[in-house]
Design a protein around this ligand. Structure first.
Ligand code: FES
Ligand code: FE2
Length: 441
C-alpha cells in the first residue's frame, strides 16, 4: 500500500486509508487494568459498593444490567478527570514505542470516553439534553438528587445551536446515546493529518463496534452543516467493523468515513479515544462544528507537564484544501406518480430496463422502495431505515441482507427482520409477466 496520504505526508505504519489493531502495545496490560479499576471505582462512588460488586461479578461489559443509564454521564466525567493525564502519557508512549514517531508531535487535548449500552437499554433513558445540560457532573455522589433537581429547572435552560441541531437530527436526544452517523473527523473541526487511537476497554465487535467505510476515502461527499454527518444520498460501498477485544488498541486514519454501530449486542461498549498530529494541526474549512483548539506538545507530556496548552484554531491561515474525487455510483431510480396502497399490484417498468442491474430504487409518492436482485430474481422492500431514515440500498449488503449506512443495522430483505426487535422493514413480492415487472402489496 502507498504510505502517502493525499496531502503528501507519510503516516507511520501506513495509516492513511487504513486501520490496524494492536493486540499488544507499550504497557498494554497495565493500562487496561488501570482503566478497568478506575471504572469500578467510579461505579462505586456513584452507585455504591453493592452495584460495583454486582458489575465485578458479571463483568464490565454487563454494566448495563446494574448501573442506571441516566448516570453514565457522571461516570464518563469521573473517568475523564481520573484518567486524562494517564491517557496522555499512554498516547505519548504508544506513539514513540509502537508507532515509532521519531520527531516531536502534538496530542489533542479533547479525549473521549464513551460508554454505549445495548440499544434496548439505552432507549429507555430519560436523560434529555436539557437535563444533561443542567446537571453538575461533578456532583456524582448526589447523582440521583442532581437529576431530579435538573428535571425541575430544565425548562429554563437555554440550549445552544449545537444542541438544537442535534435534537433535530436525532428527533430527540437522550444523552447516553452518543451514536455517531457516518462522518470524517475533520468535518467535526478536528485536524487534518491526524492519527486516531481507539482503545476498547470492553469488546467492540460486529454488533456494537466502529463502522469504517473505506471505499469512499478521498471521495467528495457533502455533509450536513450540523451535526456534520454525511448527507443521506451516497452509495458508501462496503462496511468494515473491526473486532477489537478488551484492551486492544485500534489505530485508524480519521479521514476514513466512520460511524458507531447501533449496539444490538448484549454487551456494553466502553471506548477511550485520542488523537495525535505529527505536524502542526491544520484544518478543513467548511466545518460549523465547535472548535476544539487545545493541544499538548509531546515533550511536555513526556515530562508530565499537562497544563501547557497550544492553541490551533480553525482559521484562514491553517485551512487545507483537500483534493477529492467525484463519486460515480448512482443507483437507477424509477419514479411513479402513484401512491403505494395495500392489496394492489403496480407496474414498475419493462423487465429489460432493469434486468442487468443489481439494485433499483422505486419512488412511489408515499413510499421509497428498494429492489435487489439475487439469483436473477428481484426482491422488494421499504428502503428507508426505520431508525434514522438512511437509504438501505446505499451499502454493499451480504447474504439476503441489506446493511444500513447510518449505524449498521442489518435487515433481511426476504422477511424484513433486523437484529433489533424494534426495527423491521416491510417486504413486497416482485413479479415479472409478459416483459414487465410488477410489485404486489
Ligand atoms: S441504523 Fe441508524 S439509520 Fe439505519
Ligand atoms: Fe469520529
Amino acid at each position: 500500500m502507498n504510505s502517502k496520504d493525499f496531502y503528501g505526508i507519510n503516516f507511520p505504519m501506513n495509516i492513511a486509508k487504513t486501520h490496524k489493531i494492536l493486540k499488544k502495545y507499550y504497557n498494554s496490560q497495565r493500562f487496561q487494568e488501570i482503566c478497568v479499576l478506575n471504572t469500578f471505582q467510579g461505579i462505586e462512588e456513584i452507585a455504591g459498593q453493592k452495584t460495583k460488586i454486582k458489575v465485578q461479578n458479571a463483568g464490565l461489559n454487563k454494566i448495563h444490567n446494574y448501573f442506571p443509564v441516566e448516570h453514565l454521564p457522571f461516570l464518563q466525567n469521573f473517568l475523564e478527570k481520573k484518567l486524562n493525564n494517564i491517557i496522555f502519557s499512554q498516547i505519548y508512549m504508544v506513539a514513540k514505542k509502537n508507532l515509532k514517531i521519531k520527531n516531536n508531535f502534538y496530542i489533542d487535548k479533547s479525549l473521549n470516553i464513551r460508554i454505549h449500552y445495548p440499544f434496548e437499554v439505552e432507549k429507555k433513558s430519560k436523560l434529555t439534553r436539557q437535563i444533561y445540560r443542567s446537571i453538575n457532573l461533578n456532583n456524582f455522589k448526589e447523582a440521583e438528587k442532581e437529576m431530579i433537581k435538573a428535571k425541575k429547572k430544565s425548562l429554563s435552560y437555554i440550549l445552544d445551536n449545537n444542541d438544537k441541531s442535534k435534537i433535530e437530527y436525532f428527533n430527540t436526544i437522550n444523552e447516553s446515546v452518543c451514536l455517531h452517523s457516518p462522518h470524517r473527523d475533520t468535518w467535526f473541526g478536528h485536524s487534518t493529518e491526524g492519527i486516531n487511537l481507539w482503545w476498547a476497554i470492553t469488546p467492540a465487535r460486529e454488533h456494537n463496534g466502529l463502522m469504517l467505510f473505506k471505499d469512499v476515502y478521498k471521495f467528495n461527499l457533502e455533509h450536513e452543516i450540523r451535526p456534520a454527518y454525511v448527507k443521506n444520498k451516497y452509495n458508501l460501498g462496503k462496511t468494515t467493523i473491526p473486532n477489537v477485544e478488551a484492551g486492544e488498541l485500534l489505530i485508524f486514519d480519521p479521514e476514513i468515513l466512520h460511524a458507531s454501530r447501533l449496539n444490538t449486542s448484549d454487551d456494553t461498549r466502553i471506548v477511550i479515544s485520542g488523537r495525535i498530529n505529527e505536524k502542526k494541526p491544520k484544518f478543513y474549512g467548511y466545518s460549523k462544528e465547535n472548535k476544539e483548539p487545545f493541544w499538548l506538545f509531546s515533550e511536555d507530556v513526556k515530562n508530565k507537564i499537562f497544563n501547557k496548552e497550544f492553541i490551533f484554531k480553525r482559521e484562514k491561515k491553517n485551512i487545507v484544501k483537500i483534493k477529492k474525487n467525484k463519486l460515480k455510483n448512482k443507483i437507477k431510480s424509477i419514479n411513479l406518480k402513484v401512491k403505494l396502497l395495500p392489496k394492489n399490484k403496480y407496474k414498475l417498468c419493462q423487465t429489460k430496463l432493469i434486468k442487468n442491474l443489481k439494485k433499483v430504487e422505486i419512488n412511489f409518492e408515499n413510499f421509497k422502495i428498494g429492489l435487489i436482485k439475487k439469483n436473477s430474481k428481484f426482491y422488494a422492500f421499504n428502503r428507508i431505515c426505520p431508525h434514522l431514515k438512511f437509504n438501505l440500498l446505499n451499502t454493499e449488503g451480504e447474504k439476503n441482507h441489506v446493511i444500513c449506512p447510518g449505524h449498521g443495522l442489518k435487515f433481511n430483505y426476504l422477511n424484513g427482520n433486523s437484529t433489533c426487535k424494534k426495527f423491521k422493514i416491510k417486504t413486497y413480492q416482485v413479479l415479472t409477466q409478459k416483459g414487465n415487472c410488477y410489485l404486489k402489496t
